[in-house]
Design a protein. Structure first.
Length: 128
């Protein structure tokens, strides 16, 4: 898994005008620069998690086809739940990736940022 990044080139744009986001079609990760360096790094780890997740063959089997396509979707229960599933998995995948590289970082901070990010998604999921 940790070899994925060596085979393909992903560009990272760090700018004040972008969201923390993976643009898989463009092989681009955007990271907002109006955050501390630590937060930027954890966001990057998380977006790499999205990337490794979506590059796995089983992603298409474990998530429905219309979800994988990344088209603008209706807010169905399936879409909301699958979004949460992917977000949780991306935090874990990113951590696996960074640990696989032997990168040592502040786990307490990572856990706090993950909790805050996932909590926002949970609020998004339950509030209309
Ligand atoms: Zn995410």
């Amino acid at each position: 898994m940790s070899h994925l990044m060596c085979e393909e080139e992903i560009h990272v744009e760090i700018s004040p005008d972008v969201n923390n986001e993976l643009w898989i079609g463009e092989m681009l990760i955007t990271i907002n620069s109006k955050q501390t360096h630590k937060k930027r790094f954890f966001c990057l780890v998380h977006e790499i998690g999205h990337y490794t997740l979506r590059r796995k063959r089983e992603f298409k089997m474990r998530f429905p086809e219309d979800y994988v396509k990344e088209e603008k979707q209706k807010r169905t229960k399936q879409f909301v739940v699958d979004t949460l599933r992917e977000e949780v998995l991306a935090w874990e995948e990113g951590l696996n990736y960074a640990e696989g590289l032997g990168i040592d970082f502040d786990m307490d901070s990572y856990n706090r940022q993950r909790t805050a990010a996932l909590y926002k998604y949970i609020e998004w999921a339950v509030l209309k």
